[in-house]
Write a protein that binds this ligand. Structure first.
Ligand code: DX5
Ligand code: ZN
Length: 219
């Protein structure tokens, strides 16, 4: 069954503990880290991840939208992340490889993320060592944007590469995912759905999470 990872970007940061509890039936918790350089927005850093870790046992899926992420891998691992995603566009390939090695050394799961402009083939040099590939279906930076239908092709291409080289690798889709497109995203090959507004904007977040999980069977 597909995993659902609510994004706390849509939570109330003044009531974060309560807002994390509201989504505790989810599989993972998605934490969006933005530096104001790689993306225009600034959110949170390792100290907040450390605080979150103290208040929940949920699997922390930390999406690093930061330039030159190799600089901060140890910090986020020590803060308690379970998985880190680094963007392939955020540094030279040798430094991306360094970042992945640092995750391995810390015993944290390793993922690479693709902006919509980046082709699926860009994952080829890394695929055999990865635990997850994250495909963006909006331009990273903000929650609540419209899902880019054209990215379904990228999801299918990434699925084919995963099936060929590393079938156990998760495929996470992030941006504008909700009840209207969850089935298409799963059918294209996703195994993890990130949802910010679709979960936190719902009257009943637990029901919204379950509806996304069951999307394949309802429509
Ligand atoms: C966007 C973030 C997403 C975002 C998803 O840059 O990476 O995780 O929070 O939010 P929705 O589901 O509202 O598009
Ligand atoms: Zn994200």
């Amino acid at each position: 069954m597909v995993k659902v990872a609510p994004s706390i970007l849509s939570a109330d940061f003044c009531n974060l503990e309560a807002d994390i509890r509201r989504v505790s039936s989810a599989d993972w918790l998605h934490v969006d880290v933005m530096d104001g350089m790689f993306v225009p927005n600034i959110t949170i850093g390792a100290p907040v991840v450390r605080s979150i870790r103290k208040h929940t046992d949920m699997f922390l899926d930390v999406h690093l939208m930061i330039d030159k992420p190799a600089r901060y891998i140890d910090d986020f691992c020590k803060a308690g992340a379970d998985l880190l995603s680094v963007h392939l566009e955020a540094d030279h390939p040798t430094r991306i490889a360094d970042a992945l090695r640092a995750m391995e050394a810390n015993g944290v799961k390793k993922a690479v993320a693709l902006r919509p402009i980046t082709s699926a083939k860009a994952i080829l040099p890394y695929i055999e060592g990865l635990d997850m590939v994250l495909v963006m279906t909006v331009e990273p930076g903000f929650g609540g944007q419209k899902f880019m239908e054209s990215q379904l092709d990228t999801i299918r291409e990434v699925r084919a590469i995963i099936d060929k080289y590393n079938p156990g690798c998760e495929l996470e889709v992030d941006g504008g995912v909700g009840p209207a497109n969850a089935k298409a995203v799963i059918d294209a090959g996703a195994t993890v759905l990130v949802a910010g507004s679709a979960v936190y904007g719902a009257d009943d977040p637990a029901a919204a999470i379950e509806a996304l999980r069951q999307a394949r069977s309802v429509s």
